[in-house]
Write a protein that binds this ligand. Structure first.
Ligand SMILES: [Mn+2]
Length: 432
């Protein structure tokens, strides 16, 4: 049995909860009566919410930035151990973020086994590992300036393939079960590279990585429309992603990052398409206004988040046994305390999940059959308009989390205390 090194005093959380419990219970019972008039058992919904989880990105607990600047805050984590501890704070307060997704080489470790034990003492495990061939590292023999897995140079491609295989090996020691593959490869000029051959090189490199996957692992292919390349991107859209996944084999699936699409694209429809072909691998949750903004989940378009989960519920109904997509937050917190953003986002994601659970699916199907457009829409609207926060709060309290995670976080004075203890963070430009 691992030692318990969770960062916050559990008694403080309990005394915080004691101050809020009566009000939450009151709201929960009232919502329970509302839902029971719709033949929905609130306790059953709470139970499903209690089993829901979403992984945290290790890079999300540091203050993010843009290519113009980064404005660090005192007390933010400056190394992997501190990042893990901050993830543990999030998990201790909200109880639906029990796994962390690491990013190599940013989260380089010489002792993955020891790291796994440390994480377990903090109440954390590890989710998908992420490779990074979109920037050069100090002392790296060959540059990715002109691409990585799709570079014209075979030696550069080999270096990028080897890095991905290293990530799999480290991930195995951490208990991960998936490698997320996103490359920045693409072009800025028409004519710069052959659009056909660069995809061919991607497939060849990805095949070499796929061949090294353990039997129970997945390769999650993440597409993105543009940036850092601005004319063409090799894995630019879900179509390219699903074709590549089909060509590679059953362990290759598609990862949908909500910010990686053209404006106004119907992402929930993409979810349905990928699921139809057995290729829905996972999600990177965030929100966006203009592009890959990496804003907090549910802060801009909570309705879209709900519709995505609604589609996920339909996918689960169609395929109840084999449905297990990897859910992860992927955001950049530039102007907030990252822990607070992560708590707010986890709540938004779980809230969208809970709303999708209370859609009356039987009625929805009947309305669809009858082409009763307005009532079909109302079936979704009724669920979307329901305030599910008492369900989330009750599930969280029963799991040992905080009644009001952000308030409790402030009461704990975590960041001011860390500002005294931790090294001063560096500013400068760049996304971390
Ligand atoms: Mn992503």
């Amino acid at each position: 049995m691992a030692k318990d090194r969770r960062p916050l005093a559990q008694e403080a959380i309990e005394s915080h909860n004691a101050r809020h419990l009566e009000a939450i219970r009151d709201d929960y019972e009232s919502l329970g009566r509302t839902l029971s008039r719709r033949n929905i058992d609130i306790d059953a919904i709470k139970e499903r919410v209690g089993k829901f989880s979403v992984a945290l990105p290790s890079w999300g607990v540091g203050v993010g930035g843009t290519r113009f600047a980064r404005f660090p805050i005192p007390g933010e984590p400056t190394n992997l151990d501190e990042k893990l501890v901050d993830c543990a704070v999030v998990q201790q307060l909200c109880r639906i973020t029990p796994r962390v997704s690491l990013h190599f080489p940013w989260d380089r470790t010489d002792d993955p086994q020891g790291l796994r034990e440390d994480a377990s003492e903090l109440g954390l495990g590890f989710d998908a590992v992420n490779s990074n061939t979109f920037q050069d590292q100090p002392n790296q023999p060959l540059s990715y300036r002109h691409g990585s897995l799709t570079a014209t140079s075979g030696a550069v491609r080999d270096q990028a393939i080897r890095h991905n295989i290293d990530c799999i090996r480290i991930g195995q020691k951490l208990g991960s079960k998936a490698l997320t593959l996103w490359i920045g490869d693409g072009t800025n000029f028409p004519g710069q590279q052959s659009l056909r051959d660069s995809l061919e090189r991607y497939l060849e490199s990805a095949r070499a990585i796929y061949a090294e996957l353990p039997a129970d692992w997945l390769l999650l292919i993440e597409h993105k429309l543009y940036e850092p390349a601005f004319y063409s991107t090799v894995i630019s859209d879900w179509g390219t992603s699903v074709l590549a996944a089909k060509e590679l084999g059953p362990k290759a699936k598609c990862l949908v990052d909500l910010g990686h699409h053209a404006p106004n694209v119907n992402i929930e429809q993409i979810v349905a398409r990928l699921n139809r072909f057995g290729k829905l691998g996972g999600f990177h949750f965030n929100d966006s206004k203009y592009g890959d903004d990496d804003l907090d989940s549910g802060s801009i378009n909570p309705h879209q988040l709900f519709l995505v989960f609604n589609e996920l519920m339909e996918a689960e109904r169609a395929n109840p046994d084999g449905f297990n997509p990897a859910y992860m937050i992927d955001q950049s917190h530039n102007v907030t305390d990252p822990i607070e953003s992560m708590l707010s986002s986890a709540e938004a994601i779980a809230g969208a999940f809970a709303r999708a659970l209370i859609v009356d699916r039987g009625a929805l199907e009947t309305y669809r059959e009858q082409n009763d457009v307005m009532q079909a829409f109302q079936a979704l609207r009724r669920a979307y308009n329901t305030d599910v926060s008492p369900i989330l709060a009750m599930a969280r309290i029963e799991a040992g989390g905080a009644a009001d995670p952000i308030l409790m976080y402030r009461e704990s004075e975590w960041r001011p205390r860390k500002a005294q203890e931790r090294k001063r963070p560096q500013g400068g430009a760049g996304i971390v």
